[in-house]
Design a protein around this ligand. Structure first.
Ligand code: IVH
Length: 713
């Protein structure tokens, strides 16, 4: 495991009572903060091993000063408190955590403890059921009369979140239990996870869409499961391994192994490689086997769980604070090596994200040669004070990409300098900025604003520009864009509209290019010509401004009516001293659905000279976005200021129409049912959202009522 460097910590032995109390307070605060990052935001900032080390230090101190155990001690808590948005579920049988051991001695100590507690002689064999420890999220599934009725996260172990609708979308969770011996009430406990191949596919898609990537399989599973809209979860490939039981109406088993057999009989998948061990040799054997198999498994595991097999013994052994005495997890060590950081490269992703990458003196980390490692973002470099020339500890843990764990600062020789993160894009030299969220908190990611002209982003942006919901130019697909881009014929969107002129002047005619003929070239030119007139909303969407999807582009287009009007307001904002005040900024912010983050993205786009050049180029090439009639929302309608959720299928309107209609009447449309919703329009087949709305006592109306309401105005 990663030992947080000992010199950062005062030794526990030297702490007196006052010092220990202070340290326990600090640890409670620090661990709670990491819990929030891990459980609620799915964005941990320290490795599991470093986190374990914090908890262990807390445990050691509490053992030494039992009177100082705080009411908010991490040892009395399993995870984080439930997040807002989901209903709460009390666990009748608490969802526990596990104590960790890191080596054979720890494992032997566990078996010894069991023997001592039970009063067994030293030679008594303690059979344990060993299972891989799946690195996902635990869930509890309640079945009544064999039917799945409630699913929850672990939460703080006592109270979790109701995520039934999301769990129903997981294919390996049966709706109904098969077989005969199914108790009337049974809670199945297990781990929701994402497979490696699915994870890579999901991240590739997210990269294409310009969304942030998930750091590892666990975060991807967590992010997918914590969606308030279960249709999003349904599109994420999640699996479920069942490993135990919670509340049960009758006890039909004598051992953990029999429970596993039943779980399989009911239709669950149990963790592969599970097996019964009778002695240390067996237990270590499986540990070694799994360490070897681990890189090739499709799911992430972070250790092995050993559970006393006999259920009677489990009951007698019971639980201590947050973990059972009858089980323990042996964690895999993170594989680490030390090497030299030769340089820090800044890579520019297709959406403009600047990612620092450590270039390393190649080093062997448990059989794999590593020469690059991620540095995540600029804050990480500052926090760890990573400098070129440093000796660094590299780790390959569950994460796919190696990481720089720490810098060996005492090994620094000669003059080194703090790394200055570039404020301009290393590829196109445009400004690279960090966005603030609505609350003014600076985001971790620095992004190149070069958008349309940054070569690192240009091709992807061009593909977006001509895509179906943007300029939709027939004959100009990804393949053609790639070829034209490579030859330097289309570098920016406005180049598309000068292709004809270019071809007329050029000796090497397009028609003689590979894959082209007279007819296809003339068709392409006609298609381009036809797009010189285009709706303003398509035009704005095509520009690929961050956060401006189709809906937002439509709102902006409707609000301003013409590109000139939009540009005039942008000029006023860009030219003003404080960009976030003044009439022009207020006007932009007044548009339905536009918050500070989106408004800023629009301003940033127009601030960038390169982007203005492209707009100028497009105009000069005769591209004319069509003016649209301005529609102001009707503030006097009875729907003004109301928040509406549409769920289920509507017969007379598409969802989009209904949404636009509602917004025109001054209502806000939301996709998630919560307390703050005023009206839920429930069409055909509106299952879980309708149910939730009923539970919350919200106003629910059918489509006919909705139409009457929206037309009365
Ligand atoms: S048994 C009382 N078995 O590890 C025993 N847990 O650190 C509770 N986990 O919350 C859990 N694989 O999310 C058990 N085969 C397995 C597991 C497993 C993964 C997770 C589970 C639990 C955490 C405890």
């Amino acid at each position: 495991m990663v030992q947080k460097r000992a010199e950062n910590w005062i030794s526990v032995d030297t702490l007196d009572e006052t010092g220990a109390a202070q340290e326990l307070e600090r640890l409670a605060r620090e661990i709670a903060a990491h819990d929030v990052l891990y459980y609620q935001e799915d964005a941990p900032v320290i490795s599991d091993a470093a986190y374990d080390a914090l908890r262990r230090r807390n445990e050691i101190l509490e053992a030494k000063f039992p009177d100082l155990v705080r009411p908010d001690s991490p040892s009395l808590r399993v995870g984080a408190t439930p997040i807002e948005g989901f209903g709460k579920v009390s666990h009748e049988v608490a969802m526990l955590s596990l104590d960790n051991v890191f080596d054979e001695d720890g494992m032997a100590a566990f078996i010894d403890r069991v023997r001592r507690f039970m009063g067994f002689p030293e030679e008594k064999v303690v059979e344990v059921a060993a299972e891989p420890k799946i690195d996902g999220l635990s869930a509890s599934l309640r079945y009544e009369a064999g039917v799945f009725i409630l699913g929850a996260t672990r939460g703080d172990g006592q109270v979790g979140e109701n995520i039934t609708a999301n769990l129903r979308t997981v294919k390996t969770i049966p709706e109904r239990l098969e077989g005969e011996s199914v108790p009337d009430v049974v809670e199945v406990r297990g781990e929701v996870y994402m497979g490696r191949a699915d994870f890579e596919r999901l991240n590739a898609e997210r990269e294409k869409e310009g969304e942030d990537l998930f750091a590892n399989l666990r975060n991807a599973a967590a992010g997918s499961l914590r969606q308030l809209d279960s249709s999003i979860t349904a599109r994420r490939p999640l699996g479920f391994f069942a490993y135990g039981l919670g509340e049960i109406s009758e006890v039909l088993w004598q051992s953990q192994q029999e429970i596993q057999d039943s779980l399989r009989g009911w239709g669950f998948v149990t963790p592969p490689y599970s097996r019964l061990c009778s002695g240390m040799k067996d237990m270590s054997g499986l540990y070694d086997e799994l360490r070897v198999a681990r890189p090739d498994l499709d799911f992430d595991i972070d250790g092995i769980v050993y559970k006393v097999n006999c259920l009677d013994w489990q009951i007698r052994l019971g639980t201590v604070s947050r973990a059972p005495r009858w089980a323990v997890a042996r964690k895999f060590p993170a594989e680490q090596s030390i090497t030299i950081l030769k340089s820090i490269d800044i890579q520019v992703g297709r959406t403009g994200t600047l990612t620092p990458v450590a270039k390393l003196e190649p080093v062997n980390v448990s059989g794999v040669i590593v020469s690059n490692a991620t540095l995540h973002n600029e804050d990480e470099i500052t926090r760890k004070d990573i400098r070129v020339g440093d000796k660094v500890v590299i780790q390959r843990a569950g994460d796919v990409i190696p990481q720089v764990v720490e810098v060996l600062k005492d090994k620094r020789r000669g003059k080194t300098r703090r790394f200055a993160f570039p404020e301009c894009c290393p590829v196109c030299d445009s400004r690279a900025v960090r966005e603030e969220d609505e609350t003014g908190v600076l985001g971790a990611v620095r992004r190149c604003e070069g958008g349309l002209v940054c070569p690192a982003q240009a091709e992807a942006r061009l593909r977006h520009f001509v895509s179906r919901n943007a300029f939709d130019i027939e004959g100009l697909g990804n393949k053609q864009i790639a070829a034209f881009f490579k030859d330097g014929l289309i570098k920016r969107p406005d180049d598309i509209f000068t292709l004809v002129a270019h071809d007329e002047k050029s000796k090497a005619k397009f028609a003689s290019r590979e894959g082209w003929g007279e007819l296809s070239v003339s068709n392409l030119f006609v298609a381009i010509e036809a797009r010189r007139k285009i709706s303003l909303e398509r035009f704005l969407f095509a520009l690929g401004i961050r956060h401006i999807g189709e809906m937002m582009a439509r709102r902006i287009a409707r609000h301003f009516g013409s590109l000139e009007a939009l540009e005039a307001v942008m000029d006023a904002i860009v030219g003003s001293f404080n960009k976030k005040t003044g009439e022009a900024w207020e006007r932009l912010m007044s548009i339905e659905g536009i918050g500070e983050r989106v408004a800023r993205a629009v301003v940033v786009f127009f601030e960038e000279a390169h982007n203005r050049d492209v707009l100028k180029g497009l105009k000069e090439a005769g591209v004319m976005p069509q003016t649209v009639a301005k529609v102001e929302s009707d503030a006097t309608s009875p729907l003004a200021g109301q928040t509406i959720v549409f769920t289920g299928a509507l017969e007379h309107q598409t969802r989009l129409e209904a949404k636009v209609c509602a917004e025109m009447l001054g209502a806000e449309v939301s996709s998630a049912v919560s307390k703050r919703i005023d009206i839920v329009v429930a069409g055909e087949g509106s299952g879980s959202k309708r149910k939730k709305a009923q539970e919350l006592g919200l106003r629910i109306i059918d489509e006919a009522k909705w139409i009457a309401l929206s037309q009365r105005t």
